[in-house]
Design a protein around this ligand. Sequence first.
Ligand SMILES: NC(=O)c1ccc[n+]([C@@H]2O[C@H](COP(=O)([O-])OP(=O)(O)OC[C@H]3O[C@@H](n4cnc5c(N)ncnc54)[C@H](O)[C@@H]3O)[C@@H](O)[C@H]2O)c1
Length: 450
Amino acid sequence: MDEQDEIRIAVIGLGYVGLPTALGLADLGWPVAGVEIDEKKARFIAKGDPPFYEPGLADLLRRGLDSGRFSVADDPDAALQDATVLIVCVGTPRREDGGADLSQIDLAGQAIARNLNGYKLVVQKSTAPVGAAERLRKGIGAAAQPGAQPEFDVAVNPEFLTEGTALDTFFNPDRIIIGADSPRAVALLSEMHRPLLERAGKPPEETLLVTGVGTTEIIKHASNAFLAAKVSFINMVADLCEATNADVADVARAIGMDPRIAPAFLKAGIGFGGSCLPKDVSAFIHVASEHGVDFSLLREAERVNLRRPAQFTGALAQALSGVGGKTIAVWGLSFKPRTDDARDAPSIPIVSALLRDGASLRLHDPQAMREFQTLFPPNPPSLAYADSPESAAEGADAVVILTEWDDYRSVDLPSLRPRMANPLILDGRNCLDPAAVRRAGFDYRGVGRR
Ligand SMILES: NC(=O)c1ccc[n+]([C@@H]2O[C@H](COP(=O)([O-])OP(=O)(O)OC[C@H]3O[C@@H](n4cnc5c(N)ncnc54)[C@H](O)[C@@H]3O)[C@@H](O)[C@H]2O)c1
């Protein structure tokens, strides 16, 4: 396979993962068609308007459309027939029993089965439990035209991008994992990643790992589960620091200096959220138990995390002698900074609990307010959205920080202080400098900090 244009790609599902992936692959030189079932979303993308916020994505989308290497398929069946590599990036939400809901993958499999007009490599990029790729393979085989001898492979190529830095993680991956059981699939996926590996300028074996399909499914879940356990670990350390007047930020910094531990995901606070860690931990526990493995370590990490929002609202209620009738400014709604994604964000249970307990809330987020309003529509005077962190805090009894956006680090606190009814800041992400906040005349409380 010498010519780049020999690999035509279709990306199925243009969400937070699919769209950056499709545009990144197009930017590397491959012809990519995006297939999106949500017509409104597809129309936005085709017009050059990303349906969600991700730094740099609008420019990359414009470049992809202008170059002609990326397009949104008007006719999904034709796009699937035209492509050799079909990358499945649809959602795998949590079911009520904690397992992964694979129905979107099943549906994508049926569309693929209808369009098997020659060899296809189906790549499961969606995060799914071990066994899901085999289920997809069987599903496609069963749904293919009776009598046809469909020729296809199913491989797994998990996504490790992080929202907020999705393009950087796409173009500078720390690892690319190919899970494939056929030499043809390995060759095709290796070739597809070749331009990326060449750009990295290091030996491919430092970034690329080729292994089995099931092993790869476990790699993705194990990665996310480990990160989640790390967060819950430091949150327990934070509780001990709080009880003993020690400082978790210094503890985390010091233990993170040990290369065996590393500093990432050692930030104490209101816990992990987002569309991945909570559901992936739960799916990993579920699939482990289906195979007779009791992953109690992870169940505890999950339990610790579920407690964090209530602990935080409890601390606020204690500081204010109850939140009923108080006005609270909430800074940050997205599950992390630099994204508008509020799926499974800790802000959701915290806002619900404060409203339930009779507080009036003024919410602010630089990007996530539109999405958040679908869950919590404005309802003045108990719930209002503010166009700046300062206006949210006007007359408030407390500011609570739920997402560590840079915008909140740059608020002029000395001039904010006289505009608040009560100068209390409860920093659920430990993102402000306690000494500076106190110098500005505030009562500052972080999580696990002196
Ligand atoms: N968001 C992340 O940071 C991240 C990171 C790594 C992995 N993942 C995994 O990637 C997968 C996708 O996550 P996401 O955040 O992009 O989800 P998403 O909900 O933002 O995107 C999924 C998209 O697929 C579309 N879709 C569903 N079924 C379809 C079909 N049959 N044909 C065409 N389009 C279809 C949906 O309309 C939606 O636009 C999940 O399995 C997730 O766990 C997500």
